[in-house]
Every structure is written in C-alpha cells, then in structure tokens.
Design a protein around this ligand. Structure first.
Ligand code: UDP
Length: 356
C-alpha cells in the first residue's frame, strides 16, 4: 500500500514498524553461516491471481518452486495432502485412483451439516486417517480440537485419489529469486517513503500529522481491547544450522503426532535453491504466547471481530489491513490482492490524482 500510494498517487508515506526490520513475517535473512532463512517460518508464494503476480514481478524475479510435503505417520514418511501414494504406502496396497476413491468413500462418515474442521476431514476420509494426519497436528497448532475450529482451517488441505503430490493447487508457485526482504526493499525504495523501525506507532502518533492511517496490527489492539481480546495463535521457532549438506529429502516434513511438540520442520535450501556445505532448518512450536501470527477461525471470534469492525466504521481515516487488521487467515497473495484493492478504494474516496 505504501508503494502504490507513493508511486501511483504521489502521496508521502511514513511506514512505522515496531520491529527492527521491514517485511513483516515474510522477512528472510542470511544467518551467521550465510544461509538464507525465514526468521518467522516458511513462506511459500502461490497464487492464481495474475494481477498479484504482475504487481510483485515489478520488484522481484522468481525461482520456480513447486511445494511438496511429507508427513511422518506410523514411522513412515508419506505424502500430504493425502493422495494415492499415501494410501498405498500406509496400508501396503496397490490401489488405482478409482479404487482409492472407493477406499475413502467406504471410510468417510456421512455428515449432514459440515461445520467444523473435524467434520470436513472425517466426512472425506473417515476417522482413522483424520486421527493420523489432522487431529494431533491441529490440536498442537491451534491449542484446540478440530471440532472447535471452523471448517475453513482444515479445508486448506485437499484430499486426492491421484498420485498428484503438490501441496497447493495454485497455478503460480514461485519464490522471490533474491528473497522476500530484497523484494520489499525494492518496493520501499521510493523517495516519498520514509521507514521508521523500532517504533510502535502509538509512541509517535501524537507527534506526526497525517491524513490517513493504514493499520496492519491486531485490530483489537488498535482499540485498546475495549471490547475484549481477540485470540491469536503464535509460534516459537528453533532455528538450527547443521554441519551436513542435507537434513531431509524435501523442504517441509509435517509431524502430526502429539508425541512430539513440533508441527513441522523446514529445510530452507530446497525453497531457495542455495548451494551450501551446511544446511539450516527450523522447528515450529505453536504457542499461545508471542507475536500474533494466526487469527483463530471460529464463530465466537468472528463475532467479536465484527464488533471491532463496526467500531472501525466510525473511523474512516483508518484503514485496517492484512491478517491481523482483518482478522482473516489470509495467505500472502490474498494480502497483496487486498492491499491493491484497498489502495484503489482509498484513492477513489480521497479523490487522489494519479502521478504515474
Ligand atoms: N493440517 C493438519 N495436518 C497436516 C497439515 C495441515 O492437520 O499435515 C491442518 C492444521 O489444522 C493446519 C491447517 O490444516 O493448521 C492448515 O494447514 P497449512 O499447511 O495451510 O498451515 P499454515 O502453513 O498456514 O500454517
């Protein structure tokens, strides 16, 4: 939004971040050993939105990367999303896609009204596969049972009866060639944009005059939690660099079992294509404490958010954006699409003139 407002509409923008760096949770950096890692866990870009690709392509070239994931289940590493290979490996079978479909249909439980994240999966693959792949992972990730979460959460992960093993269905899957931080640096390299780091905007809001505020922090925090706290889930990361060239066979391995505390391990060299004698990996430990990373999709939270949204309507000089401002489990491409739309809306409302 800063880039569009500055470059397209000639606005002067002050970008304020509490953290010591730009790029939010997409921030990546070279660690002490010179390996490019994602400080806030794996960010993999995927989209079907051409306008999002076109926009970001102004600031980065791309490295083609097709994301695949394995899950550690019953002492084996099998593809997730569950697919034909998963079923054949797990049950020592040799099913065809049609037989796999019948296999799942025989196990799927009919659910009249699919409401929760448990319903979605049990309705497609039955209870046993649900427990092996989803229940433990979700309980660790969200600190609650899938039956307490909206269907949208586990619906992010498809189920397939072919050997197709991509994690995402999206057409465009790529990583920014020189990393996310570099891409954002280029976006912000406009003379009308000033960046102020290590600053909570509340520290300076009384001292700067502005026409318009775009707030991408938690919406409830903006309003001093006056209607109560919106819940967010956080993550703790254990970053390690190992004195070996490879650690695992692909970028991400999921650990759905509740016997271990981490949900997944990411090995960055697969994402970045970097060659290095060592390798860096990250364990993710979900947590209630720490920076807010995930809004928690469930009806009570959606309702509280709506009340904050109603408050926000009384403050048209503020635009709330992003995962935290919108309290939506957005992917990166959705955030970019939202940003582009919001700028257009602001430009129209404020009758901003195009400068370029
Ligand atoms: N999930 C799961 N088992 C898996 C992968 C995902 O139970 O092996 C569930 C879990 O609830 C997770 C959600 O599906 O939070 C969405 O997964 P995704 O990989 O999209 O999570 P993200 O990368 O956004 O953390």
């Amino acid at each position: 939004m800063a880039e569009r407002l500055a470059a397209q509409y000639g606005q002067r923008v002050l970008l304020v971040d509490r953290r010591s760096h730009i790029a939010g949770n997409a921030y990546d950096e070279y660690n002490a050993d010179g390996i490019l890692i994602h400080r806030y866990g794996p960010h993999i870009f995927h989209t079907n939105a051409q306008r999002v690709v076109d926009y970001l392509s102004r600031f980065t070239a791309w490295r083609p990367y097709r994301h695949r994931v394995l899950a550690s289940v019953d002492g084996m590493l099998v593809p997730v999303p569950i697919n034909l290979t998963t079923l054949n490996r797990l049950y020592s079978l040799d099913l065809s896609p049609e037989e796999a479909e019948a296999f799942l249909a025989a196990r799927a439980e009919p659910i009249a009204n699919v409401r929760t994240s448990e319903d979605v999966v049990v309705g497609k693959v039955g209870r046993e596969l649900y427990e092996k792949f989803f229940r433990g992972y979700t309980r660790k990730q969200w600190g609650m049972d899938p039956s307490e979460l909206d269907r949208s959460v586990t619906s992010r992960v498809p189920v397939r009866t072919t050997a197709e093993d991509g994690y995402f269905n999206d057409e465009f899957q790529c990583m920014p060639l020189e990393g996310y931080t570099r891409m954002f640096e280029k976006m912000l390299a406009h003379p009308n944009i000033k960046v102020m780091l290590n600053t909570d905007f509340k520290e300076i809001r009384a001292e700067v005059s502005f026409r318009k505020l775009i707030y991408t922090g938690p919406i409830d925090e903006y309003f001093d939690h006056c209607l109560g706290k919106l819940p967010y889930r956080s993550l703790a990361f254990r970053h390690e660099t190992l004195d070996q060239e490879r650690f695992q066979s692909l970028a991400v391995v999921n650990y759905p079992s509740e016997d271990v505390r981490h949900t997944r391990i990411t090995e960055y060299k697969y994402l970045t294509g970097q060659q290095h004698a060592k390798t860096s990996i990250t364990y993710e430990y979900p947590s209630d404490e720490g920076d807010p990373y995930y809004p928690i999709p469930r009806p009570a939270n959606a309702e509280l958010f709506k009340r904050y949204e109603a408050l926000a309507e009384a403050h048209p000089e503020v635009t709330f954006a992003g995962r935290l401002g919108s309290y939506r489990y957005y992917n990166m491409d959705q955030v970019v699409a939202q940003a582009l739309s919001l700028v257009e809306r602001i430009a129209e409302r404020e009758a901003l003139k195009q400068s370029a």
